[in-house]
Design a protein around this ligand. Structure first.
Ligand SMILES: Nc1ncnc2c1ncn2[C@@H]1O[C@H](COP(=O)(O)OP(=O)(O)OP(=O)(O)O)[C@@H](O)[C@H]1O
Ligand SMILES: [Mg+2]
Length: 414
């Protein structure tokens, strides 16, 4: 009997002709193949036919006896939960996700209680209010996999078990963490909207345009890359209506303020402010276009295709106003941001007098200003100013966490 059992994901020590396997491929990562001859333990190679009918001899390393992964029966492929597959390994996961995405346009698949999402890079009609209501009150298993189903499950368990719940959103840069977290927040704002007219859920959602303006930037991997990690707490009252939110941030990439790599940009707010430079209320900031500022132009292109910085600036200002940040406070924030841009254009020269004395001007503290401002701002809008006290009985946490590569990027750049 095979010691690995009948559900072993790799080829057994003997296998019949027509058994289907996955073999590694330098271009396609994994390729499907079929045995053209029976295999028994000790054979030095497998005789395979690839899907394009090519015949290939697949050598087996006798030392490691590494045999290929078995392919699932076609009837299982396309399942909305990966745990339903007979064989669960990398090629099976990738193939199942690919089939669901390419053949049915499904971007979501479960793996038990984990939701796997593929970034479609196009707006799908699956996030409307009607879809939120369709998921509200439903069981996870009764509906198609969706971020709203995960949010509903957390909401339901909070209500049923009276326990705080957490949703962790993880993935590499550009995977869709920020977008997913925003959809989850929208779900809570809709199903947990307060009956009163305090607009508290609108205030919770208004945090996104502001945090993205001051904490997101265009990178080579993502036009709207979050250059910090965040931990959002949403508080609910006894009737499960939102009563407040708070956010903690981690590891803001400060170095970006003074340096941007090719094809990257500084934080969006700098470009938004430049795009609004001609407005009468910003005349005294003496700003011009972003190309004129060293701290905004090192990456080359100062614009992002499909993004209107002036329009986004309006959204940022509206969000500030909604959160209760007074006009005068907003102007103070914009003054600090404008001052960073001006500081970047100051040229600093070391002077040498003979061979003994030298005078140097110390470097501008722009990254520190930005960081202090970021932290101050967070404290401002998550405290009393907008009644965001967390006197709640229940909380939901959303933690967005970058994959290793982004963390490593941040680490290197810090
Ligand atoms: N569900 C989705 N539907 C449509 N487009 C999406 C979806 N998720 C992500 N995108 C697209 O992908 C882009 C990148 O997504 P997002 O900013 O959420 O990535 P991220 O994981 O937060 O990356 P980073 O770690 O760099 O912050 C979005 O700006 C959007 O254009
Ligand atoms: Mg992000």
């Amino acid at each position: 009997m095979d010691p690995r059992g009948s559900r072993s994901p790799v080829l057994h020590c003997s296998a019949h002709q027509y058994t289907r396997v996955w073999i590694p491929d330098p271009d396609e990562v994994w390729r499907s193949a079929e045995l053209t001859k029976d295999y028994k333990e000790g054979d030095k190679s497998l005789q395979l036919r690839l899907e394009d009918e090519t015949i290939r001899e697949y050598p087996i390393d006798v030392q490691s006896n590494q045999l290929p992964f078995l392919r699932n029966p076609d009837i299982l492929v396309g399942e909305n939960d990966l745990t339903a597959l007979s064989y669960l390994h990398e090629p099976a996961v990738l193939h199942n996700l690919k089939v669901r995405f390419l053949e049915s346009n499904h971007i979501y698949t479960y793996c038990g209680i984990v939701l796997v999402a593929i970034n479609p890079y196009e707006q799908l009609p699956i996030y409307g209010q009607d879809v939120i209501y369709a998921y509200s009150g439903q069981n996870m298993g009764d509906m198609d996999p969706h971020i709203f189903a995960v949010a509903e499950e957390a909401y339901k368990q909070m209500a049923r078990d009276e326990k705080n719940q957490s949703i962790i959103v993880s993935g590499e840069s550009g995977a869709g963490k920020t977008v997913s977290a925003k959809y989850a927040m929208r779900y809570f704002a809709t199903v947990g909207g307060s009956a009163s007219d305090t607009n508290i859920e609108e205030k919770v959602l208004a945090s996104s345009p502001i945090m993205e303006a001051i904490g997101n930037a265009k990178t080579t991997r993502n036009d709207n890359s979050s250059r910090f990690g965040k931990y959002i707490q949403i508080g609910f009252d006894k009737r499960y209506h939102i009563i407040g939110a708070s956010m903690r941030t981690y590891l803001l990439e400060k170095s970006r303020v003074v340096f941007q790599a090719d094809d990257e940009r500084n934080y969006h707010i700098f470009y938004q402010l430049c795009a609004a430079a001609s407005l009468p209320e910003f005349k005294e900031l003496a700003l011009t276009c972003a190309e004129d500022f060293f701290y905004a132009s090192q990456g080359g292109d100062t614009s992002i295709e499909g993004v209107d910085d002036a329009e986004d600036f309006e959204k940022t200002r509206q969000a500030f106003t909604l959160l209760g940040v007074r006009e005068s406070h907003q102007i103070s924030i914009f003054k600090i941001i404008a001052s960073i841009l001006h500081l970047g254009n100051v040229e600093i020269q070391a002077e040498r007098d003979g061979d003994s004395s030298s005078i140097s001007v110390s470097c501008t503290p722009a990254p520190e200003i930005k960081h202090t401002q970021f932290t101050w701002f967070l404290q401002f809008y998550t405290t009393g100013n907008v009644s965001f006290h967390l006197e709640d009985t229940h909380r939901l946490f959303i933690l967005t966490r970058n994959g290793f590569s982004s963390v490593a990027d941040n680490f290197v750049q810090e």
